[in-house]
Design a protein around this ligand. Structure first.
Ligand code: NAP
Length: 270
């Protein structure tokens, strides 16, 4: 059977929010495809450890870490200047940074709490695209992939601001696909459902303990109550696979759309 040629070898990717969870899986998948990968996140120690682990797993890969807070325009602009010097071009830009969900009725939150969530994810995406879009090539290989989330398509408790971020990101994705089409840059969003990241494991274990369930039994219960058709949560690598496809030459004619990776959750078959 012939392998599918993705055309990513030797190209450069920048992944914002790359030190753990979905972003780390994306950085790892793109490095495994032979891309030069630049990883951004705030916590320097964790970011450098993630970059070192990915480099160790892909001995030929060029993996770099630039500690960057996407809530700071100056920091994001500085990271883009550094990448311009070191790499010249960026073919694939992945906007994945965002705050984790935390419990509570978000309508009761302070302005600062609302703004904090929007600043990290929605405005963070805009800052990253504003700073890096000039580095994307105009030859049809330029890709922007935004990681939004299923809470922008369905109602998820504890996800008022997350849902606002995600649905606004999906809108911005269509807007920017139009804006950047003359430069042949595609812009798409991947919509993850329930993904087994490190913090989601903690959440499932702690929630299960509170209700007398094991982590696995709690996840099974969530899958049933949320109507996840495939009956399980996803590994971060399954989101990374969708990003890898959209980043590749195989997706050259796909722009302004969303690719949902939620096991059928948003079909809403409950
Ligand atoms: N996990 C899920 O079930 C799920 C479902 C749907 C959508 N999503 C979305 O997918 C994305 C990743 O989620 P995840 O679960 O993988 O989260 P995570 O494990 O908390 O990872 C988030 C990553 O973003 C970085 N980050 C956070 N704030 C940042 C900032 N201000 N500047 C730069 N980097 C920042 C974090 O590193 P530092 O903290 O060191 O900066 C970390 O590397 C998020 O946008 C989330 O909303 C997740």
């Amino acid at each position: 059977m012939a392998a599918v040629e993705l055309g990513l070898v030797g190209r450069t990717a920048v992944v914002a929010g790359a030190s753990q969870g979905i972003g780390r899986a994306i950085a790892s998948a793109l490095a495994a495809e032979g891309m030069r990968v630049v990883m951004l996140a705030r916590n320097e120690e964790r970011l450098r450890a993630a970059a070192a682990a990915i480099a160790a797993a892909n001995p030929d890969a060029d993996v770099r870490a630039i500690p960057t807070d996407v809530t700071s325009a100056a920091a994001v602009t500085g990271a883009a200047a550094e990448v311009r010097t070191s790499h010249g071009q960026v073919h694939v830009l992945v906007c994945n940074a965002g705050n984790r969900m935390r419990p509570g009725r978000q309508i009761t939150w302070s302005d600062e709490e609302w703004l904090g969530d929007l600043d990290a994810k929605l405005l963070g995406m805009l800052r990253v695209i504003r700073a890096f879009e000039g580095l994307l090539p105009d030859d049809g290989s330029g890709r922007i992939v935004n990681i939004s989330g299923v809470a922008g398509s369905v109602i998820w408790d504890t996800a008022l601001t997350h849902g606002m971020n995600n649905s606004a990101m999906n809108h911005a994705t269509r807007y920017l696909a139009t804006d950047l089409a003359p430069r042949r840059i595609t812009v798409n969003a991947v919509i993850p459902g329930l993904i087994a990241t490190e913090w989601r494991h903690d959440w499932a274990r702690d929630s299960g303990e509170r209700t007398g369930l094991t982590e696995a039994a709690f996840v099974d219960q969530v899958c049933r109550t949320k109507g996840i058709l495939l009956g399980r949560w996803a590994e971060s690598s399954e989101v990374a696979d969708a990003v890898t496809f959209l980043a590749s030459d195989r997706a050259a004619y796909i722009t302004g759309t969303t690719l949902t990776v939620d096991g059928g959750l948003s079909v809403n078959a409950r």
